[in-house]
Ligand binder design. Structure first.
Ligand code: RAM
Length: 837
């Protein structure tokens, strides 16, 4: 292939319905080329860059005529490289959605339901198309979650649309190519709407009706006929609604379906005026059913109960294809763990919050009544469960693995990172972290897929960097950051979770729990990690107002330089450190954590300001970082290098954030080693510093101790989780205790950030310049490993690293440079191609 390839628009594989008028275009260099010297882009609407000198091949802005609504722009690119002038690439394209409120002729409609029930509603209208269709698009969204059917066919394969955003100000519209589905003549368009996040249970307290007490839908069909005429149709006053087989559907509680039910009487809809101002596109790929799992076992722990075991913990649902005779009522209870009796237990998943009178139900219970029709199946696509096991009650027949599939559901991100080594236990640990990411990327990055399912800022703050190695999370994270910004209070407070349900936000009884250091800092740290991984400057510019508002608040709260006011989660969940008395926990001083984060985030803001060419801001944030670091040192660092508090976390954080003067770093690192030894060579860190524990040890010359910790078994340790059967990472080090009893969530990625050590230290791949344009390959061998390898599909192409008895194998993608350090040898600069050094 002598042409550029892998064309992309923004961070999307399919840029249909975008609202960006100047989308950024990326390509990969022709095979065999090492360096680009110039490029030329041409578009179908007559724009040409001419020959542009330089190496830019990522996120080059389209600067042609601003496209109008529903406009498709084809583009192609050719490059000049060390091989000479290339051919034109195969064409790429992007297509805008409905860009202006005035493009909408469709009206918002609601089912006029006064029963107080929460079924999935069917909303139906007739559309008429006279003449042969050249191109047809459907633009759709809902209050609730929806899917569309045109004629008898499902539109698209996205699930849980329109996705979860801060609906108050941002509601995503999906665009679908329905050219193949629209027929000349009359047809029916049906929108099925269920509660979803909009009206169903959300957040830590599982409040309902957070954005409204009614569901609604908005859909507009735009058909271009063969002659060029455009026909538009959509939801409106002539539509009707009914209920169907889905009697109730809640993302957390579960779904109840009666397959015998015929649609109720069709009644007229109500037209509502929600306007079109909040409608946005999604920079992320949609949620899909991405994989199916064949169960590994079906057991019968008690009469009438069958337990299906998927063999691993996932997010999604099951598809059951044997439902029994008509009238059979099946109850499916999903869980992550089995009790001593071999039956599913969900006790550990019941939210037990200090201000609730009693723990809430765990939810995740589906119910289906069979109609006895041949070929019928149950697949509850309007709920999600975090589960490995399903208890089926009420089935008259024995079930086998052939009757069930586990359906894995998450944002359909591209996989970009892999790791393997000679120790299968580490490979299992890596796999568990990957599955925790997959289990918690359901349109938003969640803390866990079963209990709160909330976009906790702290959790993505600690994991985003590792996630960005494993999957392309650029669009997914950009989308979430827009909600973080939308949720920000006028005083700069960043909400605990985004999208933030009103029940947990500024006007809620728990308002004071928002704005914690380490959590709110996600607004600075996460964009920075995106920039490093993908080279995206626009996301930095877009989030700049939000990050500076956050820093301004912290600066105000840290009047003396020390951030010793406000509520903070602190290090959170150190072994044995769960808050017993929440009031005492909330009142406890966490200024060591908060001040360290202020220094760190202000330091990142300095670097971000430089990227954005804002020298005055860079100077300002550099001074702020310096003041916070000084205040931290005055309060927590003794002249001899002793720290208060004398915890692993404090040592890790201060080393990782560069708070320790160079002369004292060896002493602080040595004390960290002592603390690790005193803890029986085990981690004693919580949420915030676990990811940095092994890296700071390795950076300080204690890679041997880092490896010992990594390979430690028993509790607490990472491999201890694997030994006790974890297939995803646990929220607590004792997620399953020595007696086999489960505690809290068994699917929280936060502690899984340790696999970043596998990528960046064991395999040794780390970006030096954004998007891995220049990257380091510096494996730190140890732990008795005979070999290790990793690959990362970087924006420029695939990086591969392997070390073994032969040496260090490195594959450097076109357009990039590696600084590779072979065992014992000095670093060498490597250009594109394969190397063995
Ligand atoms: C828990 C969540 C989350 C964490 C917060 C502070 O309830 O599961 O992981 O960020 O607390």
């Amino acid at each position: 292939m002598s042409a550029p390839h892998g064309l992309r628009v923004e961070h999307l594989d399919e840029a249909l319905g975008i609202h960006v008028r100047s989308p950024r275009l990326s390509w990969r260099l022709p095979a065999g080329a090492a360096r680009q010297v110039a490029y030329r882009i041409e578009t179908g609407n007559g724009w040409s860059t001419g020959r542009v000198e330089g190496e830019h091949s990522l996120l080059v802005p389209y600067e042609g005529p601003p496209p109008g609504s529903a406009e498709r722009v084809d583009w192609r690119v050719k490059v000049w490289t060390d091989l000479g002038e290339s051919d034109w690439s195969a064409p790429g394209w992007f297509e805008t959605g409905l860009l202006s409120p005035s493009d909408w002729v469709a009206r918002w409609i609601e089912p006029d339901d006064t029963t107080g029930e929460r079924p999935a509603y069917l909303l139906r209208g007739e559309i008429r198309v006279d003449g042969p269709v050249e191109r047809a698009r459907l633009y759709a969204t809902a209050h609730g979650i929806y899917e569309a059917w045109l004629g008898g066919a499902r539109v698209g394969d996205a699930e849980l649309t329109p996705g979860f955003t801060q609906y108050r100000t941002r509601l995503q519209v999906q665009a679908y190519d329905v050219t193949e589905l629209v027929r000349a003549g009359a047809d029916e368009l049906t929108i099925v709407v269920a509660d979803g996040w909009y009206r169903g249970q959300v957040g830590a307290v599982r409040a309902v009706d957070q954005w409204g007490a009614r569901v609604a839908a908005l859909a507009q069909l735009r058909v271009t006929l063969a002659g060029g005429a455009v026909v538009t149709a959509g939801t409106g006053p002539d539509w009707r609604w009914a209920t169907g087989p889905v009697r109730a559907a809640d993302l957390i509680a579960g779904e109840r379906v009666d397959l015998r039910a015929e649609p109720s009487v069709w009644a007229p809809v109500v037209v509502a005026d929600f306007g079109y101002d909040t409608l946005v596109d999604s920079p992320a790929p949609p949620v899909r059913r991405v994989e199916e799992i064949v169960p590994v076992a079906v057991t019968r722990p008690a009469p009438g109960r069958q337990v299906i075991d998927l063999g691993r913990n996932v997010n999604g649902w099951v598809r059951l294809t044997r439902l029994g005779p008509a009238g059979t009522r099946l109850t499916l209870t999903h869980g992550e763990h089995l009790g001593a009796d071999g039956d599913v237990t969900t006790d550990h998943l019941r939210p037990d919050l200090p201000f609730l009178p009693e723990p809430l139900p765990a939810g995740m219970v589906d119910e289906v009544v069979a109609a006895g029709r041949p070929g019928e199946a149950f697949e509850p696509r309007r709920t999600t469960h975090g589960f490995r096991y399903v208890r089926v009650e009420g089935h008259p027949e024995p079930l086998g693995p052939q009757d069930v599939r586990g359906v894995v559901v998450h944002t359909d991100m591209r996989r970009t990172g892999w790791f393997a080594c000679s120790d299968p236990r580490l490979n299992a640990l890596h796999e568990a972290a990957v599955w925790s990411l997959r289990g918690n990327a359901c349109d938003i990055p969640t803390d866990c897929p079963q209990r709160e399912r909330a976009g906790w800022t702290g959790d993505w703050q600690v994991f985003a960097r590792t996630a960005a190695f494993l999957y392309d999370v650029a669009g997914f994270t950009t989308k979430w950051l827009r909600d973080v910004a939308a949720d920000q209070w006028p005083d700069g407070t960043v909400a605990n979770m985004s999208p933030c349900p009103p029940a947990e936000g500024r006007d809620s009884p728990v308002a004071a729990l928002n704005g914690s250091a380490g959590w709110g800092d996600a607004v600075v740290i996460v964009p920075w990690q995106l920039y490093r991984a993908y080279g995206d400057e626009r996301v930095l510019a877009e989030l700049w107002p939000a990050m500076t508002a956050w820093l301004a608040r912290a600066e105000r709260m840290a009047r003396t330089g020390l951030w010793n006011t406000g509520f903070h989660w602190g290090e959170w969940l150190e072994p044995g450190g769960e808050p017993v008395d929440f009031a005492a926990f909330a009142a406890a001083d966490k200024s060591d954590v908060a001040t360290a984060y202020l220094a760190h985030s202000a330091g990142l803001a300095t670097r971000i300001a430089r990227v954005l060419r804002r020298p005055a801001d860079a100077a300002r944030y550099s001074a702020l970082a310096g003041r916070a670091a000084d205040a931290w040192r005055r309060e927590f660092l003794q002249p001899d290098g002793r720290l208060t508090p004398d915890t692993q976390a404090n040592h890790v954080r201060s080393l990782a954030f560069g708070l320790i003067p160079a002369a004292l770093r060896p002493a602080v690192a040595a004390r960290l080693v002592e603390l690790v030894r005193a803890a029986d060579t085990r981690p004693a860190t919580g949420f915030l510093s676990t990811a940095d524990l092994l890296p700071v040890l390795a950076d300080a010359g204690h890679a041997d101790v880092a490896y010992e910790l990594l390979l430690r078994t028993g509790e607490p340790s990472w491999l201890g989780m694997i030994e006790r059967g974890a297939t995803t990472m646990w929220e607590r080090w004792d997620g399953v205790d020595a007696d086999g009893v489960a505690h809290d969530s068994l699917n929280h990625y936060a502690r899984g950030a340790v696999v970043g050590f596998l990528h960046r230290y064991v395999a040794g791949i780390e970006p030096v310049e954004p998007a891995y344009r220049r990257f380091r390959v510096r494996p730190r061998r140890g732990g008795g490993l005979a070999w290790a390898e990793a690959a990362h599909e970087s924006p420029y192409g695939r990086i591969e690293v392997r070390w073994d008895s032969e040496g260090l194998h490195v594959t450097v993608p076109p357009g990039t440079t590696a600084e590779a350090t072979p065992p014992g040898g000095p670093a060498r600069v490597l250009g594109p191609g394969r190397h063995l050094i």
